[in-house]
Design a protein around this ligand. Sequence first.
Ligand code: PLP
Length: 371
Amino acid sequence: MAVYLDNAATTAVLPEAAQAALAVMTENYGNPSSLHEAGRAARETLEKARAAVALALGCPAACVTFTSCGTESINTSLVGAAMKNRHRGRHIISTAIEHDAVLRTLNDLKNQDFEVTLILPERDGTVSLDKVLSAVRPDTILMSMQGVNNETGALLPYAEAAAAFKKSNPEGLFHLDGVQNFLKRPMPLKNVDLASCSAHKIGGMKGCGALYIRPGLKLRPLLFGGGQESAMRSGTEGMPQIAAFAAAVEKRLPAVEENGRHMASLKNELIARVRALGGTINTPERSADHIVNLSMCRGRSEVYIRALSDDGVYVSGGSACARGKKSHVLDAMHLPKRNIDAALRVSFCPENTMDDVESFCASLEKAAKLF
Ligand code: PLP
């Protein structure tokens, strides 16, 4: 049996989620916009799913828009917020360690005459609240920050940043990239206007995301058409993915704390074992329970990843989207080049066990001897 430790990239679909998707594909397959009974049944499934995601977010169901992925939620938020507020100013603040879904969208906004300030992380991978707040100007119209960094697991001070930003710039909009926090740890949405989540990081299917839009906030959508999702996201709803997302949410929600404690114990054991093997931990003290970034003192990530894979142990070198490119996150932390070149990301789901940690460490020790 393979040991899958790349859950920040994507997760296995939970059996409950797969069952829910199958039922929607083969039995309850109507279009939620149709007026007949099959359509009504599909609409009921859609609204139940919305209520399940809203319960997990702690918001009214009307605040949840289903999208095709975390990336689409992020693009809709950033472009929509920038366009809404462009008459007030053109300055946007984010951090240099965001996911490319944020960084590349902001880059595109730069080409449309928005000015973007990216706050660099501290050497340990955390982000200084003071540095974020000292970048705020009267013309800052949007702030976007992730809650958990996807490569190091660092916790970012999004709640404090949102509170202070709303005080100084009440009309400014705050977007939270919650893709790596959602149902991994509490994610309060006080002072947050927009939040992005993704189904495939929590045991749902790929191709489904959720976008939280604060009550009363109206944004211009990215997609126009049939007016689905209260006209925020036209296109027939991806019902199998949405039903699976809701089933995964319902499974994970009651166990967030217990799962957090379990993954933290795996993480602590893994950190101790890696240090005993002479490795360095690139994950800061203040970090999520499910991600550990580490570097052995010699070698290259790709070689480790392949050697571990040959033993049936799957980890990544950083963000799965980066595919072998140098990590912009570790680079922004100014880590030594050899640590960046040899970085590995191990990421857990609640189903991982101490035996998985054992297998990883045994395989890592063997691989380290190649260098
Ligand atoms: N934001 C973060 C922090 C992520 O980790 C990811 C995916 O890895 C995304 C956004 C993009 O989510 P999706 O794959 O659903 O588009």
